[in-house]
Design a protein around this ligand. Structure first.
Ligand code: GLY
Length: 378
């Protein structure tokens, strides 16, 4: 429970609400056949597409988490069917295939034990590893039309694509997956993370020499603003890298980047979309950044070697979960027309004007993951 240390609403209650939201989302989207992507905070009406996009694995992952919690084989069958619909994404030339399949097919293999999901996840891992740039030692974004970036650009987001490779290494014992992921994580720590823990979203490199040449932000303010979800991707990504490898350098970076998040997030702890926008407080918040950070801290709360570090990470995760549960989840309240358990006020891309005050499916996914991890740590 998070009540004693951090707030009025128990973790169990938040988890129950998030589970209700999975059910109400399924009821909304199943007939339309769309992968839910984002819903306005005011209405909770999901938008999405039939073919899906980089966020679609997170929806499928929510279905797998729900199947694990219910233990109902029909739920697992539903999750399997949605997972296999993602197969065409294996052919997309973008690092996003890590997001898509680590959150879906890997869970189908691990939670459901479904052989077709395992095969799909391994094909995706091969495709992701195949994007490795050996001179630079990184996986670039690829050709992602959405943000107009390309083959010489690495973003912090990719740290959360690596879990597909960490998993493939464990599942097969093949070290080629480990080598790619280790190299990418090491370079990202060098290129993207400043001594104070601040994270740079994007680093361009010279494809000939492999050296970094320019830093920028795609989704933070201006050209250099510190994008809070990027900070969160870093915390989660380095925590996952530590869990996979036990390498102290990744633990150190995960802790340093989390420290930076807490230094800058303000008293609410659910941050604005960027730490540096001069228009704060008149800018959107991004509750998904808080959910991702909480999930990353809970990895450290389970796996950090020192008891003191584990307790500190647990306490920090608790305050984030409490802030989300008390201020950002739609409650079961008479007269509130919104679906229960919506994670309100996430922001996809303020600069582009995309989904700036929405429930966005990856936020729900990381909140579910965090709440389940918190329940294990009782
Ligand atoms: N491109 C990943 C994100 O918007 O967080």
């Amino acid at each position: 429970m998070i009540t004693t240390r951090t707030g009025p609403r128990p973790c169990d209650e938040a988890l129950a609400l998030v589970r209700q939201r999975v059910r109400s989302t399924l009821a909304q989207v199943a007939g339309r056949g769309i992968f839910p992507h984002a819903a306005p905070s005011a209405t909770g009406e999901w938008g999405g597409t039939r073919e899906g996009n980089w966020t679609s694995g997170f929806w499928v992952g929510l279905l797998w988490h729900e199947a694990a919690l219910s233990g109902d084989t029909q739920d697992a069958d539903v999750a399997t069917a949605w997972t296999l619909r993602l197969a065409p994404h294996v052919h997309r030339k973008t690092h996003d295939i890590g997001f898509v399949f680590a959150s879906s097919a890997v869970l189908g293999a691990e939670i459901g034990g479904v052989a077709a999901c395992r095969d799909l996840a391994l094909r995706a891992a091969d495709a992701l590893a195949g994007m490795f740039h050996p001179t630079a030692g990184v996986i670039p974004i690829g050709s992602q039309a959405e943000i107009g970036a390309g083959l010489d650009d690495v973003t912090i987001d990719c740290m959360v694509n690596l879990p597909l490779l960490w998993w493939a290494w464990r599942a097969t014992g093949e070290e080629r997956y480990l080598r790619v992921a280790q190299s990418h994580a090491g370079r990202t720590a060098q290129w993207h993370v400043k001594p104070d823990g601040r994270i740079i979203q994007s680093v361009h490199f010279d494809p000939e020499t492999g050296h970094p040449v320019r830093e920028e932000t795609h989704q933070g303010s201006g050209t250099q603003g510190c994008w809070t979800r990027g900070q969160a991707w870093g915390v989660y990504g380095f925590a996952s890298a530590y869990r996979a490898t036990n390498e102290p350098r990744f633990l150190e970076v995960a802790v340093r980047t989390a420290d930076y998040y807490f230094d800058r997030a303000g008293t609410d702890l659910v941050p604005f979309y960027c730490f540096d926008d001069p228009a704060i407080p008149d800018v959107p918040r991004d509750s998904s950044a808080a959910a991702i950070t909480a999930a990353g801290l809970l990895i450290l709360a389970e796996h950090a070697p020192e008891a003191a570090a584990r307790s500190r990470c647990l306490a920090r995760a608790d305050v984030l979960l409490s802030a989300i549960a008390t201020g950002y989840l739609t409650p079961e309240r008479e007269g509130d027309p919104r679906p229960h358990g919506m994670l309100l006020h996430s922001c996809y891309n303020r600069k582009a004007g995309w989904d700036t005050d929405h429930e966005i499916v990856w936020g729900n996914y990381f909140l579910m993951e965090a709440l389940r991890a918190r329940a294990r740590l009782r």
